[in-house]
Design a protein. Structure first.
Length: 199
């Protein structure tokens, strides 16, 4: 990598890190071009060169953290021997990620992320295919083994992630959920909803 490319990469990282910090301190309304350039010391022209707009920067930030979250979820599944332990590992990985990266968790569970997911779902899925394919393969493998009920993969995904995402959102928004308790209670409840034995 040339020195120019290294500087460009460092600028991209600085802008992404600064954007998350600005978001964490002031919310979505504070996330403006002026706020990010002022806090980062990066020029307006450089921000536009790398991201095209503030929306491009925020979309890149969302994709960066979504990729990290999905990576941790896939790793959790890959280290699980059974479907049941996989549900437990995935639940704990998701909730641990949100606890450890609260600011990123807030962004990933924000109305902006929801809007991006609704308007560009196909693009998001395509961009994260490398992360999503192992998850779908894991589900299919355990359906074939007779551990998971033979339901459509999107439905299984909803049954598994719905309660976890709901608990994470509640913790991020109100703080009235104990994430340790959620990590203990949710896996068994989720497992009952997808277990082949429950059908």
């Amino acid at each position: 990598m040339s020195p120019k490319q290294q500087r460009g990469e460092a600028t991209v990282e600085l802008l992404l890190d600064t954007a998350l910090r600005v978001y964490a301190e002031g919310g979505e309304q504070a996330l403006t071009v002026n706020a990010v350039t002022k806090a980062s010391g990066v020029s307006l022209g450089s921000l536009y060169h790398h991201f095209g707009s503030i929306d491009g920067l925020v979309d890149a930030l969302l994709m960066r953290w979504l990729e990290r979250l999905l990576g941790e979820m896939v790793t959790a599944l890959e280290h699980s021997r059974t479907a049941r332990t996989g549900v437990r590992a995935l639940t704990r990985a998701y909730l641990s990620f949100v606890r450890e990266h609260r600011e990123a968790g807030m962004l990933l569970h924000s109305s902006r992320a929801d809007r991006l997911g609704m308007t560009q779902a196909a693009r998001l899925r395509d961009a994260q295919e490398a992360r999503l394919t192992p998850m779908a393969a894991w589900v299919a493998h355990h359906v074939e083994k007779g551990e998971i009920a033979p339901l459509p993969v999107p439905l299984i995904e909803s049954l598994v992630l719905g309660p976890v995402v709901g608990a994470a959102r509640r913790w991020l928004t109100f703080g009235d959920i104990d994430l340790d308790e959620a990590a203990r209670v949710l896996p068994e409840r989720i497992w009952r909803s997808i277990s082949a034995e429950a059908v």
